[in-house]
Design a protein around this ligand. Structure first.
Ligand code: SAH
Length: 214
């Protein structure tokens, strides 16, 4: 048995379920995905603590609670195609891979994308594809998406992401200044978009054409 299983059970009980995340499928995915495999050897001891963990290139893997909260807000169904912007370590992509039919994950740093791809392959995920590019422009070749999740903070919602949502599709994205943001949920109804939910969060910047400039 995975020696980290007990740590994951504790993580879910004390950091996630206790803070209000209820979706059983999300909790099951958080119990299953080996988070320690997504951090470097020297950070293994921190993999299951209640905070973000450094993954190189000045980037972080989000705090477990935030991953669970965003995934719950996303409302993924088994038949969904999902776009994950900001692959980072690939951990969020793996959680999505447990819940959706198909996941496309896009990362601007080629080295991070390569490491994430290797980790996901070693863990046997066949329904996740990692792409290198500017995710503020979405990922057109596989659009439209039932769900889009963004793990970096945007100054405003990139139009390309709204455009790449399918009918009834949902986008979860942190929007705000460089140092503090609100988690926003957008739902597409025809050509209209409804926005809800404003939860204060702090993310690294989304850098790109429709994000922050460098
Ligand atoms: N979801 C990740 C955490 C990512 S941190 C995980 O589970 O580990 C945010 C990531 O977004 C960083 O890796 C950063 O390089 C990436 N990023 C920032 N701007 C981007 C853009 N325009 N397109 C794609 N990735 C971007």
């Amino acid at each position: 048995m995975d020696p980290y299983q007990a740590e994951r059970e504790r993580m879910v009980a004390y950091q996630i379920a206790s803070k209000g995340v209820k979706d059983e499928k999300v909790l099951a995915a958080m119990r299953k995905v080996p988070r320690h495999r997504f951090v470097s050897e020297d950070a293994q001891a921190y993999a299951y603590v209640d905070s973000p963990v450094r993954i190189g290139k000045g980037q972080t893997i989000s705090q477990p609670y935030i991953v669970a909260l965003m995934t719950e807000l996303l409302g993924v169904q088994p038949e969904h195609r999902v776009l994950d912007v900001g692959t980072g370590s690939g951990y969020q992509a793996a959680i999505l891979g447990e819940l959706a039919a198909e996941v496309h994950s896009i990362e601007r740093h080629p080295e991070l994308a390569e490491t994430a791809r290797a980790t996901l392959e070693a863990l046997g995920y066949k329904n996740i594809q990692v792409h290198v590019g500017d995710g503020t422009e979405g990922y057109a070749p596989a659009a439209p998406y039932n769900r889009i999740i963004v793990a970096a903070a945007a100054p405003s919602v990139p139009q390309a992401l709204l455009d790449q949502l399918s009918e009834g599709g949902r986008l979860v994205i942190p929007v705000g200044s460089r140092y503090s943001q609100q988690l926003e949920v957008w739902v597409r109804r025809g050509d209209q978009y409804q926005q809800s939910s404003n939860i204060p969060v702090v993310f690294v910047p989304l850098i790109g054409k429709q994000g922050w400039q460098g």
